[in-house]
Design a protein around this ligand. Sequence first.
Ligand code: AMP
Length: 187
Amino acid sequence: MKYYILFGPPGAGKGTQAGAMAEKFNLKHISTGELLRGEIAAGTPLGLQAKALIDAGNLVPDEVVEGMIEDKFNTIKGVDGFLLDGFPRTEAQAVALDEILERRGEKLTGVVSIMIPDGMIMERIRHRAEIEGRADDARDEIILNRISTYHAKTEPLIAFYKASGRYREVDGTGTIEEVRERIFEIM
Ligand code: AMP
């Protein structure tokens, strides 16, 4: 099985690119953000617990998303692999992912990192807010908190994965098609 991480700051275009990547390589796209929004919409206890954190632009506890990922690995069949979008987001989650994969006798295939400058994040998210209506896209202060959370907690994972030799970066600026071609080339 293939295990890819789709990495990048908020607004880099992970969700936009994931569908084409999943289709081309027969991967199941797993977005922890989407799963959490599903829990909120369904009004589950987990959703209720996560909502305030997500709406404020903070991360939910590591154990919550780690459990979701392992559950999906265990239950989804009929694909050649998985495309993780928005996970891992902390070093603890990255370590947990390694452990989950080890229990399965598997290894991470690679990290595809979509990079855009900070200055472009706000503009991309404001555009997305008009289309998707996400609560955490609606206010600049929440977006700024997500950007600083990314820098503080998630960006250190770049060094973590570079050290493993499985990290590849693409330029996330330009058209959707241009970025898609860059991604396909490195995959
Ligand atoms: P996303 O759709 O990836 O932008 O995620 C939306 C929100 O869900 C994030 O701002 C976090 O509050 C929460 N979230 C998604 N994935 C994770 C994760 N791996 N760890 C912690 N929180 C997460």
